[in-house]
Design a protein around this ligand. Structure first.
Ligand code: SAM
Length: 275
């Protein structure tokens, strides 16, 4: 976790460059899903963002739906500093592990919980149980996560040996990254949520050079959980690992692949639901 917070501290002012617009596109879907369900939610919505990052989701959501008390957690001070600039003090920002959100928030005190691109860093079962207990009956959880199938052409078809060498699959399995969109929805159902809306964002991406790989992996933070993975690459090996990758991949650009993000709006069943 220390490695993850350091990665995000270092890239906090670059994060919003958002290589290939992957986060922005996913966020747009999440916010549309929430806004379209507004009629079934009583506003203003008391909201938490687990892993708030630079605050984009809450700041965009404020333009679309009436928000009540809002809280954002993040382990990176750098990311929270960026979020504070956007959110003008109307969101309580907490520098702590989102897994401990229940120490700050009461049970059944929230209408909306955002969990965007956090599952790879936390124990998914704990996070979803906690979100469920913090939400009021009828409250919504907005989940966005990359899946293990994202960019799978690179590690399954094009460069399986290199991927095995640096432990990509092992790292993905060890993190709570869902296998695919279907497994993501099953995970939510196992934890007592009902699916309200779902969308699988599949987007072609092209790495034209190693600079693109660096922007994707580090600046946009997509490889942060991997750097904290089983090989502990982040601690001492990040520079040699990137130099090796630059060398190994050098002849192969452009590299085309499909990024896959599972986007789901789920609801904690309410007391007025039919039996
Ligand atoms: C990929 S970014 C996503 C940020 C934001 N949710 C978004 O959609 O743009 C992941 C964020 O989660 C934060 N993070 C990672 N592990 C965390 C944890 N255990 N508790 C709270 N925040 C965490 C990172 O510092 C980073 O800001």
């Amino acid at each position: 976790m220390v490695v993850v917070s350091r990665v995000y501290d270092r890239v906090a002012d670059l994060y919003d460059d958002d290589w290939s617009g992957l986060y922005a596109m996913a966020r747009m879907h999440c916010i549309n899903q929430i806004a379209s369900q507004l009629a079934s939610l009583d506003g203003p919505l008391d909201t938490v963002d687990f892993g708030i990052g630079t605050g984009n989701a809450l700041s965009e959501l404020q333009q679309r739906v009436p928000l009540g008390d809002c809280t954002g957690f993040d382990i990176s001070k750098g990311m929270l500093t960026q979020a504070a600039k956007k959110l003008n003090g109307n969101v309580k920002l907490i520098h702590d592990d989102a897994a401990r959100a229940d120490r700050y928030l009461n049970e059944e005190s929230l209408d909306l919980a955002l969990c965007h691109f956090l599952l790879s860093f936390v124990n998914a079962h704990h996070a979803l149980d906690m979100a469920h207990s913090l939400l009021r009956p009828g409250g919504m959880l907005s989940l966005a996560t990359s899946t293990q199938e994202s960019l799978s052409e690179i590690h399954n078809i094009h460069y399986p040996r290199v991927s095995r060498l640096v432990g990509v699959q092992r790292s993905l399995r060890q993190a709570s990254t869902p296998l695919n969109h279907r497994q993501c929805m099953e995970l939510l159902e196992i934890h007592g949520f009902e699916i309200v809306d779902e969308h699988l964002q599949r987007q072609s991406v092209c790495f034209e050079s190693f600079d693109d790989v660096r922007c994707w992996a580090l600046d946009s933070g997509w490889a942060a959980s991997f750097l904290d993975g089983p090989l502990g690459i982040g601690k001492i090996w990040v520079r040699p690992a990137f130099a090796l990758a630059e060398l190994l991949f050098h002849p192969f650009y452009p590299i085309n692949a499909t990024n896959e993000i599972s986007i789901v709006l789920a609801r904690k069943p309410g007391p007025i639901d039919p039996p």
